[in-house]
Design a protein around this ligand. Structure first.
Ligand code: SF4
Ligand code: FES
Length: 156
């Protein structure tokens, strides 16, 4: 049976059963919908809790979590299944009118050396207006940030 647990309300939530625990950090979620499109029976923003870990296999859930470009979702397998691998290379993919998606072994440090985040997936702001720098928070949409021909909609 799945459970929902909140760590420091609103900062990180976890959804678990005996096979897998899914972590969700709302401050990094920019609502791309990748997780919802991949396994809608598990990720449903209209349901409570919105992550139903009993509604698919741990393999399906892990695969969907790794589609999350911002790292808002992560998982830990409790059933001996494969954990998320660290990519061998680091890649940066620009999104039209939106952030930079970084995948790899990413460590972001502040000017004083404090580690801000270590992750395999992050979305970095390039419009300069995020209130959660260096991460994208969708502010690029509000300001109509453009990196390409006018007329294309802003990306998440
Ligand atoms: S894939 Fe990640 S960023 Fe996109 S909606 Fe799901 S949790 Fe949010
Ligand atoms: S690129 Fe998304 S908030 Fe700046």
């Amino acid at each position: 049976m799945s459970t929902e647990k909140r760590h420091r309300s609103d900062v990180q939530r976890e959804y678990r059963n005996e096979q897998i625990v899914v972590h969700w950090e709302p401050r990094y979620c920019i609502h791309t919908g990748n997780c919802i499109r991949h396994v809608p029976e598990v990720f449903n923003p209209d349901a409570h809790p919105w992550v139903a870990v009993d509604s698919a296999t741990a393999d399906q859930i892990a695969e969907a979590v790794m589609k999350c470009p911002t790292g808002a979702l992560s998982f830990e397998r409790l059933d001996g299944g494969e954990q998320e691998p660290h990519p061998e290379e680091t890649t940066i993919t620009e999104r039209p009118n939106g952030p930079l998606y970084v995948r790899g072994h990413v460590r972001i440090t502040a000017a004083d050396g404090t580690i801000i985040r270590e992750a395999t997936r992050v979305a970095l702001c390039r419009c300069g207006q995020s209130e959660n720098k260096p991460f994208c928070d969708l502010s690029h949409r509000k300001i109509g940030f453009r990196t390409s021909e006018a007329g294309e909609p802003s990306e998440r």
